[in-house]
Design a protein around this ligand. Structure first.
Ligand SMILES: [Zn+2]
Ligand SMILES: [Zn+2]
Length: 500
């Protein structure tokens, strides 16, 4: 089932094709289209291209202009403090910089300027989808609200965004249930709740927010990703290795994501392992793949799902090439599972999808990790992928097909060796093929640049067989001959021929 249907209408008739998952969003009219109507002129928009930065700035201005929503936002931290057993009688709270703000009264110049700068004062990049505000309580307590203003490259159905929030909250509650929070080896923050402005019928703003205890740390200095090794950087890497060893003690029997939700018939939310809370695994407006007891079943289902998206044009990028790549991956599945020490069986381990260095915070001396942020899309994955190196350690030209271990990765492997964990060190040293296969589960990570897509795939082939150095075009020719009878492939080729 498609995730969304094209918004194109003509003479009262709709187009029933699925929305193209990567490029279906039009930044001018802010609607979603199929691969045939995604081009601005084909659905009636002017060809003026709006830069994403401009779009973001305008959205932020719009958001901050409609201040009524802040009152809804303030209700959530108040409720969550009451739930935690605080006496909230007589307690008040306000957004820092907006003391005494009254949405129905004219704003003072000070309030207006606070309002306008609220999203610019946080040293977050222009492209960041998040805004941060601090909510101060009259008893001195502070909560940080991270507001997801929009998704960067996809406009997703509400159910998908909600599911991503539930996964993040579920994962943090999982740490809390294990009483891992506060232990030095599990640097972590606790989310105290989340809200969704889209639930409010009086609001026309479509964003959600996550509330955290205010963080004690600061974003890491440039040492973390500068590529130069110093004592601080070494310490950081060994702390991440310790964190991995702690995570290893808390596996799950199935592959999937943890959500914070109430089981049917129960009022009390708890941590439940369920289907994958990742954009790439959604196979309908409200359904996602998983959970699975074996990586073999998960991968077979995932490849089938991706082939279906290519056949229906839900994924409209290099359809023939990507379809052939999936046929190759399906054929390699037995070899892949055989290469895995786990054989693809459980237990499975938590892997963070958004593992950029920018989401790791350090203490004021930049010595210890203070927190690790952003657990959206996290999933329980086979050990060979879960404990492989993090994306900020990968070669800068990973997407262009570099399989060679970086200094970062070698040092990370050494950290495990120093802890007597040769097995985890081996996972880091041999992790490339699992990264190139399992990382696709999280987001729509397929390279959209054809050259990258080809060289990245060539690198995956080389990882399986170092003698497989054939160029992409020769490989493709052979595959076309070999799989000529495949119905899905025939459908795509015919569609592409008719379209050109
Ligand atoms: Zn448009
Ligand atoms: Zn259409």
């Amino acid at each position: 089932m498609p995730i969304q249907i094209c918004n194109f209408h003509t003479d009262g008739l709709g187009c029933f094709q699925p929305v193209e998952i990567r490029f279906g969003f039009c930044s001018s009219c802010r609607k979603q289209y199929c691969v045939d109507h995604a081009v601005k002129t084909s659905h009636g928009c002017s060809e003026v291209v709006r830069h994403i930065g401009t779009l973001i700035r305008n959205e932020r201005r719009q958001t901050t202009a409609n201040m009524v929503y802040w009152n809804t936002l303030l209700g959530v931290p108040m409720r969550s403090r009451a739930q935690q057993g605080h006496n909230t009688k007589g307690l008040t709270c306000h957004i820092r910089g907006l003391e005494g703000f009254n949405p129905s009264a004219p704003q003072t110049p000070a309030q207006r300027s606070a309002r306008d700068t609220i999203f610019d004062d946080n040293n977050i990049g222009l492209e960041s989808p998040y805004g941060f505000v601090f909510i101060d309580f009259s008893d001195g307590y502070t909560i940080t609200a991270r507001i997801l203003l929009f998704s960067t490259d996809d406009r997703l159905p509400k159910a998908m965004e909600e599911f991503a929030d539930k996964v993040e909250l579920g994962t943090l509650r999982f740490f809390q249930d294990l009483q891992l929070l506060g232990k030095r080896v599990v640097p972590q923050v606790l989310a105290v709740g989340y809200g969704d402005e889209r639930d409010d019928p009086n609001s026309n703003i479509d964003f959600s927010y996550m509330l955290f205890y205010t963080l004690p740390g600061v974003p890491p200095g440039s040492f973390l990703w500068s590529g130069t090794f110093g004592k601080q950087r070494e310490r950081m890497f060994s702390q991440i290795a310790e964190f991995f060893v702690e995570l290893e003690k808390h596996p799950m029997e199935r592959m999937g994501s943890i959500i914070w939700d109430s089981p049917p018939g129960s009022q009390n939310p708890s941590c439940l392992l369920t289907s994958f809370g990742s954009y790439a695994t959604f196979n309908g407006p409200e359904t996602s793949l998983g959970p699975y007891e074996h990586a073999q079943v998960a991968l077979a289902d995932f490849f089938r799902h991706q082939k279906y998206q290519l056949k229906t044009k839900e994924n409209g990028v290099d359809r023939v090439d990507n379809y052939l790549i999936l046929l190759w991956k399906e054929a390699k599945l037995p070899a892949l599972l055989e290469s895995m020490p786990s054989g693809g069986r459980g237990p499975f381990y938590l892997r963070r999808a958004l593992d950029s260095a920018l989401t790791i915070g350090v203490d004021k001396e930049e010595v210890d990790i203070a927190f690790i942020l952003d657990w959206r899309f996290s999933s329980f994955m086979p050990k060979e992928f879960a404990f492989s190196s993090l994306s900020f350690m990968w070669p800068a030209d990973y997407a262009q097909g570099n399989n060679v271990m970086t200094n970062d990765e070698c040092y990370f492997a050494t950290c495990f060796e120093n802890m007597g964990r040769q097995d985890l060190s081996n996972i880091v040293r041999n992790g490339r093929r699992y990264q190139r296969i399992f990382n696709d589960f999280f987001l729509h990570h397929w390279p959209t640049n054809p050259a990258d897509m080809r060289s990245s795939f060539n690198a995956l082939r080389r990882d399986f067989d170092s003698n497989d150095t054939e160029g992409f075009d020769q490989w493709k020719e052979k595959m076309l001959v070999e799989h000529w009878g495949d119905k899905g492939l025939q459908t795509i080729i015919v569609q592409e021929l008719l379209a050109h």
